[in-house]
Design a protein around this ligand. Structure first.
Ligand code: ADP
Length: 447
């Protein structure tokens, strides 16, 4: 059993992990850069330690500094949160070499799923349906054009190492292929140090449906249904809900079973998300994330489970605290991402929070590291909070979201709160009839 866990992250997700630790009677260690000396995660943890200057490569991404912080504080395990080092196989290896425990999957699983071509190959072998596309990497432009013609345009060119919406370009014709191919390659190289790309059929009106999976690392795995994350801007999610408004219980059971069996087969440990595009009743795998996702609270909302607690338990070698049969969906949950961003360009808007008031009441959860007088530093991502609501059904969840957004006050910086006020007036949002292109089109018309 762990008695002290170090959290290699910041912001709301660091608080999320500290809270789980506290409920389990485990001490928490926060790490922080000099820019975050006054951050809430530092105040809330049992201990804190400075690991370097503001730029993340020298602090939150510095493996030696984080290992040193563990050794100094005597923490036995590291929770990586999401982003930063959460999907870095080398980090996991170094942690294990130091006799510490990584709270997450094995280095091998992270490596396999972190390379999208290998991930797709693996999923095909495990019987998971995938988007039709190139077999492996596409070496040159001529091959790319040939594939585009064979598959039929439009196609999407994707960097195998890509993530966060980077390294993905759509081509509608041979003519567009040249630029799209070169740009995807260049973005892959610049952002992820790998210029290998592959090609997929570009689906016209899919929804983004992702299945939450969880394994004990010993051959038992379950699924916790789906989240619909179709409301996206630049391939980045802004609004997520569970269960998916378009998914039937039969479809859920079918794809859920495929995912859980695939994870059981590879002895997957901890939380993972298998992402699909869903169109005309078919699921097409696009990628797997081997970590806790930003939007995990909507799943926690409908199942009443604590996914971070489960992650810690299986990392300790304990069994999961639920079986597939015990997992039953209760109601509906929605999350909106509150970013410090200025519309219409969504440009980051760091600065001092002059007033912060979190909404409350039945079925409302606010995960945020904000407080009155806090200064959002300019060095990190712009997510400053997640408002999550739960209701007995989708209609009640939407009404509750509307009510809670009205209570939420974040003054001093621009945020995405006004965007959600407007979206909640839209018939397509109220009825759940939207796909991955809906928000971009709406933004082009309304901003
Ligand atoms: P990342 O790792 O950068 O998040 P993903 O592969 O998860 O990239 O894709 C992110 C988003 O890009 C998807 O949710 C979807 O909106 C869009 N996308 C990806 N692949 C396709 C495709 N084949 N057809 C249409 N849209 C796609």
């Amino acid at each position: 059993m762990f008695d002290k866990i170090l959290i290699a992250n910041r912001g709301e997700i660091a608080l999320r992990v500290i809270r789980a630790c506290r409920e389990m009677g485990i001490a928490s260690v926060a790490v922080h850069s000099t820019a975050d000396a006054d951050a809430m995660h530092v105040r809330m943890a049992d201990e804190s330690i400075c690991i370097g200057p503001p730029p993340s490569p020298q602090s939150y991404l510095s493996i030696p500094s984080i290992i040193a912080a563990c050794e100094v504080t005597g923490a036995q395990a590291i929770h990586p949160g999401y982003g930063f080092l959460s999907e870095n196989a080398n980090f996991v290896q170094v942690i294990e070499d130091h006799g510490l425990t990584f709270i997450g999957p094995t280095a091998e699983h992270i490596r396999i799923m972190g390379d999208k071509i290998t991930a797709k190959d693996t999923m095909i072998k495990l019987g998971v349906p995938c988007v039709p596309g190139s077999e492996g990497g596409v070496p040159d432009l001529a091959t790319a054009k040939k594939l585009g013609q064979e598959m039929g345009y439009p196609v999407i060119i994707k960097a195998t190492a890509g993530g966060g919406g980077k390294g993905m370009k759509v081509a509608n014709s041979d003519k567009e292929m040249e630029k799209a191919f070169m740009t995807a390659r260049a973005e892959g190289k610049a952002n992820f140090g790998n210029d290998e790309v592959y090609i997929e059929k570009y689906l016209q009106k899919p929804r983004h449906i992702e299945i939450q999976v969880f394994g004990d690392g010993k051959g038992t795995a379950v699924h916790l249904a789906e989240r619909d994350c179709s409301l996206q801007r630049r391939h980045q999610k802004v609004f997520e809900e569970a269960p998916g408004p378009s998914i039937t219980p039969e479809e859920r059971a079918r794809i859920g079973k495929i995912c859980a069996e695939a994870m059981a087969n590879i002895n997957y440990i901890g939380a993972g998300t298998i992402e699909f595009l869903y169109e005309d009743g078919e699921f097409y795998f696009i990628e797997m994330n081997t970590r806790l996702q930003v939007e995990h609270p909507v799943t926690e909302g409908i199942f009443g489970v604590d996914l971070v607690r489960e992650q810690i338990r299986v990392a300790e070698g304990l069994p999961m605290s639920f079986t597939q049969d015990e997992l039953e969906i209760n109601g509906h949950a929605i999350e909106v991402r509150i970013n410090a961003e200025k519309l219409p360009n969504f440009s980051p808007c760091p600065g001092r929070i002059t007033q912060y008031h979190a909404p409350g009441g039945l079925g409302v959860r606010m995960d945020s590291a904000l407080y009155d007088g806090y200064s959002i530093p300019p060095y990190y991502d712009s997510l400053i909070g997640k408002l999550i609501v739960h209701g007995r059904d989708r209609k009640e969840a939407l009404a509750r979201l509307h009510r809670a957004l009205g209570e939420l006050i974040v003054d001093g910086v621009d945020t995405t709160i006004p965007l959600f006020h407007e979206l909640l007036q839209e018939p397509a949002i109220l009825s759940g009839d939207y796909n991955i292109h809906w928000l971009e089109k709406w933004l082009a018309r309304n901003l």
